[in-house]
Design a protein around this ligand. Structure first.
Ligand code: C2E
Ligand code: MG
Ligand code: MG
Length: 731
């Protein structure tokens, strides 16, 4: 422009101002190009008066005008046609090449007769013509219109570019806002205590949050757009692709998927996973969001609770609940044609003795050692459980025929027979086993166990340390036991007339003097008739009814003695006492109270306690008995010889007499073995200052042998049957 201005020599600057000038923000530039100075000045003068804000640039040579256009865009060009450097048409052509000038109105001034020049100028892009010499009014009209048009065009352009700029600005702001909100949601996603990932429908990663990244050991930015297989392991990818397809197909979430996932360090975690579709505006699923919450702690707690509910805390073996569940499964899935299932119900003989003598700590250790022993049993059983106490269950699913089951039972007993060590002590544990085979049983786990228990009951009745099979009769017996128990309770509590006191005489073997009576209970059941004590006493012992019965027997015996026995003699009444009675802490006091009430002197009362019953007692109970002995009450060890005590224990027991069991007495005159046993017992009893009584003497020859062996007292049908002397409700 400086060259243009310089070359042009004179540059007219019209006074700019007014609305239009301000509105456009700059002047309206009019280029006047003419090699003839006079013409140029004239046209310039006319142009500067066209409207306010006009700035006229005069150029003598067209090339100067072209150069000036590079810096100042003309709003109107008025050019002569004939010029030495280039024609007006050529000037227009060159100016039109500038993008800025393509809308600029351009007027060519030609002489009247120069028609061909006008065509040429039109082709080059001229907008209008003026005939030289220029008519002032025509010039004002034509050039003025073109300049106004240009002026408005410029306003429009300016508005358009302003709008464009505003639009540009707004979308920049929107983009910023979006980025800001994306950052915010990213922040939220990174703080939620869950792994979050989104994959598009084709299985490419859209997003994973930091927690997911840390779990996988990857940078979240790096896995974006990667296929699922490149982000997760193959199993996860296969499973989750299928799940994602399902979410897309249904267009609804999938909840509560529990899964185990392994992190980048190989540590296993439990997750609760939810999947949800992410819809685009057309309501089509664009991606699938997966949220996984770590539930490892909850899972561990659940597992612990489950374990506690299904396993025995002491031995770690399954408990009854788990056993029954497992049995139900096996019994349900095994067809009837399967070889059958065998349940071995084990009970340790004399375990109570260990507990009482050494304390529960040692008892627990013995149980643990037993559980280990059974776990190591050479025969692989399908389940080993502890039901509580000293009861264990072995289950064999495919038990072979009975002969082999016998073999297994023997094997199991042998395994238990091995001594067990606990806190440095060695214990000889022995067991009894009840066996229930599925073939002979119902298919309900509880009744199968009940059957095995009935068989165990029978094994114990057979004398323990053996096994017995369940038979349907055992169920009948068990049912009968329940009925008898109910009837006995009724008799004791509401109908004491059913119960009676029977007495059997005991004589001095040397003098034949009546020295005592044994008190034996008799029960006349209203429907069943006489029920033998051997049937209902064990039941009364098992249910605790024995304490009521024992108290009533003692009361009836005391009353009878005071009413009928010779007042000054030393005749005694011997009462059978069950272990369950003496074990209760108020036994001592109960004895004394009843003696006081009936008036029977203590030295006229003898308590008969079986050998096993006495052996099973703890120190405290033995001390209670000792205290009663100090009162004058005597104690006899009943059924002596049938228990498992060794003779050396006797000296530690609070006893005055041994009652040799009938098994050694009956037929002793013809049995040298029994004779030897009784002779030895008499010798040891003598040594400890104990008397010996022979029970169940029926035969005079046996009586003679006993006399020979030096027994003190005898009792048996030979001397008198038990005789009922009155019922419990006799006043
Ligand atoms: P036990 O204490 O050994 O009583 C002796 C049992 O032998 C009695 O049977 C008696 O009738 C029976 N007996 C006596 N002499 C002979 C004989 O020469 N030959 C034969 N074959 N038997 C004879 P019972 O009355 O059936 O009593 C059985 C068991 O029941 C008793 O055995 C005792 O352990 C228990 N018992 C009986 N009454 C009571 C009681 O009131 N309380 C407790 N706790 N147990 C009792
Ligand atoms: Mg007795
Ligand atoms: Mg006896």
């Amino acid at each position: 422009m400086s060259s243009a201005a310089g070359t042009s020599g004179s540059k007219l600057r019209a006074i700019t101002g007014g609305q239009e000038g301000l509105g456009t923000g700059r002047s309206l530039h009019v280029f006047v190009v003419d090699d003839q100075r006079t013409n140029r000045r004239l046209v310039s003068k006319l142009a500067s008066g066209l409207r306010s804000g006009v700035e006229v640039h005069e150029f003598e040579g067209p090339q100067d005008a072209v150069d000036a256009a590079a810096t100042t865009t003309p709003d109107l060009v008025i050019t002569d046609y004939r010029m030495p450097e280039m024609t007006g048409a050529e000037l227009i052509r060159q100016l039109r090449q500038w993008h800025a000038c393509d809308q600029t109105p351009m007027i060519v001034v030609t002489a009247y007769n120069e028609q061909s020049f006008r065509y040429d100028a039109l082709r080059a892009g001229a907008t209008d013509f003026l005939i030289s010499p220029v008519d002032h009014e025509e010039f004002k009209a034509r050039a003025g219109n073109l300049l106004t048009l240009r002026f408005q065009q410029r306003i429009l352009q300016r508005r358009a570019s302003m709008l464009k700029a505003r639009l540009k600005n707004r979308s920049r702001l929107q983009r910023e806002e979006l980025r800001h909100s994306e950052d915010k949601s990213r922040l939220v996603m990174n703080t939620v205590p869950a792994m979050v990932s989104a994959f598009d429908r084709s299985g490419h990663c859209v997003y994973i949050n930091n927690r997911q990244g840390v779990f996988l050991g990857v940078d979240p930015e790096m896995v974006t757009e990667q296929p699922m297989e490149a982000v997760f392991d193959a199993d996860y990818a296969a499973k989750h692709r299928a799940l994602n397809d399902l979410v897309v197909a249904r267009n609804e979430p999938i909840e509560d998927i529990e899964e185990t996932l392994v992190d980048a360090h190989g540590v296993e975690y439990f997750f609760l996973t939810t999947k949800a579709p992410l819809n685009d505006t057309a309501d089509d699923v664009s991606s699938i969001v997966t949220v996984s919450v770590d539930i490892s702690e909850r899972k561990k707690l659940e597992e612990r609770l489950w374990h506690e509910a299904h396993y025995d805390a002491l031995t770690g073996l399954p408990n009854r609940k788990l056993l029954e569940q497992q049995l139900a499964r096996w019994l349900g899935t095994d067809g009837n044609g399967s070889p059958g299932l065998a349940v071995f119900y084990l009970d340790l003989d004399g375990f109570k003795h260990i507990n009482d003598a050494y304390g529960h700590g040692v008892g627990d250790e013995v149980l643990q050692a037993t559980a280990e022993r059974l776990s190591d049993w050479a025969v692989p059983c399908d389940m080993l459980a502890r039901l509580g106490g000293d009861e264990f269950i072995c289950v064999i699913r495919d038990a072979p025929e009975t002969r082999q089951v016998d073999y297994l039972a023997q094997n199991l007993m042998d395994a238990l027979d091995e001594p067990v060590k606990a806190t440095g002590l060695t214990f000889q544990i022995r067991g009894s086993i009840g066996i229930a085979l599925r073939a002979a049983a119902t298919s309900a786990p509880a009744s199968l166990l009940a059957n095995a228990n009935a068989a165990l009951y029978r094994a114990k009745a057979k004398g323990r340390h053996c096994w017995a099979y369940y038979k349907p009769e055992l169920t009948e017996q068990a049912q009968r036991r329940i009925q008898i128990e109910a009837a006995l309770r009724h008799a004791l509590e509401s109908d004491p007339g059913q119960l009676a006191l029977a007495l059997q005489p005991v004589r001095d073997l040397t003098t034949s003097e009546l020295v005592a009576y044994e008190a034996l209970v008799r029960w006349q059941h209203p429907d069943e008739g006489f029920v033998p004590p051997n049937e209902f006493i064990p039941l009364a012992e098992a249910t605790g009814l024995i304490r009521v019965l024992g108290a009533q027997m003692l009361e009836a015996s005391g009353r009878w003695m005071m009413a009928h026995a010779e007042p000054d003699s030393r005749q005694q009444i011997a009462i059978n006492i069950s272990p369950a009675e003496i074990a209760s802490s108020d036994f001592e006091e109960r004895c004394r109270t009843i003696l006081a009430r009936t008036g029977l002197p203590a030295h006229r009362l003898e308590l008969e306690i079986t050998e096993n019953g006495l052996m099973d007692q703890d120190r405290e109970t033995l001390e209670r008995l000792e205290s009663l002995r100090r009162d004058g009450i005597t104690i006899a060890i009943d059924d002596f010889g049938t228990g498992y005590s060794s003779l050396q224990y006797i000296k530690a027991l609070p006893a005055d007499r041994l009652k040799m069991d009938r098994a050694f007495i009956a037929g002793i005159s013809r049995d040298p073995d029994n004779r030897a046993i009784v002779a030895a017992t008499v010798a040891i009893a003598d040594h400890f200052g104990l008397e010996v009584v022979g029970e169940g003497v029926e035969d005079p020859e046996d009586a003679a042998t006993l006399k020979e062996l030096g027994l003190d007292r005898v009792q048996g049908y030979l001397y008198g049957y038990p005789q009922i002397v009155g019922s419990f409700d006799d006043a």
